[in-house]
Design a protein around this ligand. Structure first.
Ligand code: DAH
Length: 340
């Protein structure tokens, strides 16, 4: 390598500094920037690398100034390269820039049905009161659906026009009460169960009835259970579910599988402008001794109470919904109000 003078070296540095901007400004793509970068300030080849090699051949007393000059040129070129490359990249992004004022596209998210949410909430309350979940079949026998529940043989509920019969003596259960009998056949008292499930009736679909709907059955059997326990437990349920201020009342009612039989009403505003009214949300009563006997439970020793409620009616009473049919509709605009 031929020796260079300090002046010649400084001149070469200036020349590089002068040539660089035009080269840099011609680059437009990432590949072009990489090329220019190598040509100008590459460590192993290119013009800066050549100058570095010359630096070592300068007389020792000249190297200091030469080193400062070359470092300045290198820093300038790199800064210019970085700035221009960033500007070109930003301009490219700008071609399909994001508009931050656009409303975000919402992620579609499913949720549980309002009736399911009500069932879950009721199940939580009864779980805290010591109840466990029990299930029974939807295709049920006459024995469990009617006979064991103390229905007399000519009870109107058993008529063809009220019940959907399947083959032989099976039918689509008209209520969840048969789960009482199945549970008592399987478990010895003390028993506390909550049985949710679908039930079926030959009913017209109107504002307050659906031919297939959910029920929640409750059963508590033990020694020494009285009507006081029934009233206290169901009142406590209402207090927890509706909050302390909602009024509830009990009144007499008839079901063949309880004696005495009752119903519980809650005061609700259905939001139809007609003010508040009493809505029956469940039937209940002391389990009839004939039911205990049919299930093989000693009715001299054990007593208990039961209830059956319709969670769709309860959802209506909770949310002020005047027509049950909207709960069976798939109109997402209605349903998604209840999404959690
Ligand atoms: N099974 C009744 C019905 O479907 C509801 C019912 C009433 C259930 C009283 C009960 C009860 O357990 O004690 O209409």
């Amino acid at each position: 390598m031929t020796d260079v003078t300090l002046d010649a070296f400084l001149a070469a540095c200036r020349q590089l500094a002068e040539d660089a901007p035009a080269r840099i400004d011609r680059a437009a793509t990432p590949a072009e920037f990489a090329d220019v970068r190598t040509q100008l300030v590459g460590r192993k080849q290119g013009r800066l690398a050549d100058l570095m090699a010359q630096l070592a051949t300068l007389p020792p007393d000249a190297r200091r100034e030469a080193g400062r000059a070359i470092n300045e040129v290198k820093a300038d070129i790199e800064q210019r390269l970085d700035a221009r490359e960033a500007a070109v990249a930003a301009a490219a992004r700008g071609a399909h820039a994001i508009d931050p004022s656009m409303p975000a596209r919402r992620r579609w998210q499913g949720s549980l049905h309002p009736v399911t949410l009500v069932i879950d909430e009721i199940a939580d309350i009864f779980r805290e009161l010591g109840f466990t979940i029990a299930l029974g079949p939807e295709a049920e026998t006459e024995f469990y659906n009617f006979t064991a529940l103390n229905f007399p043989a000519d009870h109107p509920a058993m008529e063809l026009h009220d019940t959907l019969y399947l083959a032989n003596d099976t039918l689509l259960r008209t209520h969840t009460s048969p789960v009482q009998v199945r549970t008592l056949q399987q478990y010895a008292p003390p028993v506390r169960v909550l049985a949710p499930g679908n039930v079926y009736r030959r009913d017209f679909f109107d504002a307050t009835h659906a031919p297939a709907f959910m029920q929640l059955e409750g059963l508590a059997i033990d020694e020494g259970i009285s009507f006081v326990d029934l009233k206290a437990t169901l009142s406590e349920f209402a207090r927890r579910f509706y909050g302390g201020t909602r009024r509830v009342r009990f009144g007499p009612s008839y079901f063949p599988f309880v004696e005495p039989g009752a119903q519980m009403d809650v005061e609700v505003d259905l939001g139809d402008g007609k003010g508040t009214r009493w809505v029956e949300i469940l039937g209940c009563g002391m389990v009839h001794p004939n039911v205990l006997d049919a299930a093989g439970i000693d009715s001299e020793r054990y007593t208990g109470w039961a209830f059956g409620m319709g969670p769709a009616r309860i959802a209506m009473s909770r949310h002020g919904i005047p027509d049950i049919r909207v709960l069976y509709d798939s109109d997402v605009r209605f349903l998604e109000q209840f999404a959690r």
